[in-house]
Design a protein. Structure first.
Length: 155
């Protein structure tokens, strides 16, 4: 086996195909969205999910303070939304959304919208692990997921 280093770590992890989510919060009526593929399901009872954010992320403190968090699992038609929310200081321009009961922006036409309560933020390595409990969800079963593999969106 090869000794681990950053290059091998990144190359090996890029072989793991993931879906794409946009994590959203409402910070005093200022909407923040961030493209995240570190999302995973965690527990059925209670219904928990997780994702992680880089400690260097510009809006990290807003996410660690947020009581409610939205998780939008993107469809194949939403590659442009994934690219948009991977840029800094996005202002939501033409992004279409609706508000959940807890006033979190939920991106229209996503494959799945999860309205969550933030349960824990755990600093781990160079990231913060977020654990969230799902409160409500919307699902569009007929659309295909957006898939990310080896730093590319699958066609
Ligand atoms: C496909 C993809 C997946 C990403 N996943 C994560 C992630 O899981 N966690 C994270 O902190 N940033 C992730 N990013 C980076 C963020 O979307 C964003 O670019 C980064 O946080 C820089 O902006 P910021 O400093 O304003 O946070 C991902 C970017 C892309 C394109």
């Amino acid at each position: 086996m090869k000794k681990i280093n950053n290059i091998y770590f990144k190359k090996a992890m890029a072989k793991f195909a993931t879906g794409i989510t946009v994590i959203t919060i409402n910070d005093k009526n200022n909407f923040i969205g961030k493209t995240v593929n570190s999302f995973s399901s965690l527990s059925l009872n209670p219904p928990l999910v997780l994702f992680s954010l880089d400690k260097k992320s510009s809006s990290l403190s807003k996410f660690t303070k947020a009581k409610s968090i939205g998780i939008n699992i993107l469809s194949k038609q939403q590659k442009n939304i994934s690219i948009y929310f991977s840029k800094k200081n996005n202002n939501w321009g033409d992004i279409k959304y609706y508000l959940s009961k807890n006033h979190i922006p939920m991106i229209d036409n996503s494959l799945v919208n999860l309205s969550c309560k933030r349960i824990k933020s755990i600093p781990t390595g160079d990231h913060i692990l977020f654990i969230c409990e799902i409160v409500e969800l919307d699902m569009h079963s007929k659309v295909q997921p957006l898939i990310y593999l080896e730093s590319n969106y699958l066609k």
